[in-house]
Design a binder for this molecule. Sequence first.
Ligand SMILES: Cc1cc2nc3c(=O)[nH]c(=O)nc-3n(C[C@H](O)[C@H](O)[C@H](O)COP(=O)(O)O)c2cc1C
Length: 201
Amino acid sequence: MFEKKAQTRVPINELLARRWSGRGFDPSRQISRQHITALLEAARWTPSCYGEEPWRYIVCDKATNETAWRNAFVCFGQGNQIWAVNTPLFLLAVSNTILENNGLANQWGKYDTGAASMSLCIQATELGLMVHQMGGFDAEMARQKFNIPDQYDPMSMLAIGYQLPLESIPEELRAREMSDRRRNPLTENFFEGEWGVGFRY
Ligand SMILES: Cc1cc2nc3c(=O)[nH]c(=O)nc-3n(C[C@H](O)[C@H](O)[C@H](O)COP(=O)(O)O)c2cc1C
């Protein structure tokens, strides 16, 4: 398995550095129920505003429910279908728009659901799995296919599986798979005391 470790100014947690969104998934390797459960447990223990746990995940495991897997797959845009077709597991992350404790709009629901997905990504990295999150899917189609009530918003599809070794990655994917990972400089998105003043490291 090749690595695409983040280049950081100072050392950071190994799993955070190693997590990346590849597209070369091995279609022949399924994910055990135990590993899927561990992914969901990681998401489950995410902190959330008022402890509301606004996230919902729909598991679409090709090995155990091919209909659900296909229902997820048809929602993807064409650019995502090309590589996601080899992924054994999709999760649909959905966010509750309403706070259950007072019936008001939950303005932190998306924030919390994104945090849950990141917890899940880190757990996946520890288990030797790769996650590629996708916004490129038809949310309304997903709502219909999975009977999602209006109160909940589909946020992201997560493609999860084992990474293919570099030599097995289809030619048309390989260059993209090997391209550099990049981020803005620390000073661009992180500020010192007030808006726009780059953090001094
Ligand atoms: C909410 C979200 C939506 C994304 N949507 C897509 C997508 O539709 N297709 C895709 O190929 N990558 C998608 N990505 C992956 C990003 O492009 C990727 O995370 C980013 O380029 C950083 O790369 P890294 O995760 O390897 O660090 C998405 C990521 C997130 C978090």
